[in-house]
Ligand binder design. Structure first.
Ligand code: 13P
Length: 247
């Protein structure tokens, strides 16, 4: 199974559903449709209405983050995994570099992953090195820490997806060299196999993926799909990624 996950970040109002309607109608008719899943993570404000709208359609709705407590609490503006599930979200991102940059720590991320899984959300756990770490050849050690400090063997592996997003690649048009990315993805899967003592969960790539570079990524068989930012905000760009992946 491959995944095409569109992360809208701070984008979208109710009428933006038109973008997803177009994606959904392509997806419903695509002869390759059973080989992949399309998940979109709109902002919190749209999760309930979009989840209802796509309930019996193919596109799946998720959240971009969740709070590190399970049900209700007195944390202003916080949204728990239970609350997300109750309005129809089926997935949530956890650990996006935007949120790590705003103060999400490993212990917080561990609780987010734990409570999201407990509430039957699929977790897309994001990891990635920054530019300086890459320059200092620290990529693999950074990724190992990000994985081992948060993930535990007892977490349900079937509810986890890992997204490798090098921070220097997000929104910059810069992408890793194929050789390097293959090596990194294999390494991530090796660490995951050590944690879970069996198969690795799927590993996605994210960072400046678009319709023209996806052909390069598809040569790397270890990559199970993509986390897509900018190109998920227009139906044509998003559909082009899927089309060119299966061409
Ligand atoms: P871009 O595709 O815009 O580089 O964003 C990637 C990302 O951060 C998705 O979560």
């Amino acid at each position: 199974m491959r995944y095409f996950i569109g992360n809208w970040k701070m984008f979208g109002v109710p009428k933006s559903v038109n973008i997803l309607n177009k994606i959904n109608s392509y997806y419903s008719r695509d002869k390759n449709r059973n080989k992949y899943r399309v998940v979109i993570t709109p902002p919190y404000t749209l999760i309930e209405s979009y989840s209802r709208h796509f309930k019996n359609k193919r596109v799946t709705i998720g959240a971009q983050n969740c709070y590190q407590k399970e049900h209700f609490s007195s944390n202003t503006a916080a949204i728990s995994p239970y609350m997300l599930k109750s309005v129809g979200a089926n997935y949530t991102l956890v650990g996006h570099s935007d949120n790590r940059g705003e103060g999400d720590t490993d212990p917080m991320l561990k609780d987010k992953v734990r409570y999201a899984i407990k509430n039957n959300l699929k977790v897309v756990f994001c990891i990635g090195e920054n530019k300086i770490e890459k320059k200092n050849k620290k990529t693999l050690s950074v990724l190992k820490k990000q994985l081992t400090r948060v993930l535990e063997k007892k977490f349900d592996k079937n509810k986890l997806i890992i997204a490798y997003e090098p921070i220097w690649s997000i929104g910059t048009g810069k992408i890793p060299l194929a050789k390097e990315l293959k090596k990194t993805t294999i390494y991530i899967k090796k660490i995951l196999k050590e944690i879970f003592k069996k198969d690795s969960p799927p590993v996605l790539y994210g960072g400046s993926v678009d319709g023209s570079n996806v052909e390069m990524f598809k040569e790397i068989k270890e990559i199970d799909g993509f986390l897509i930012g900018g190109a998920s905000k227009t139906s044509k760009k998003f559909i082009d990624i899927i089309k060119n992946y299966y061409r």
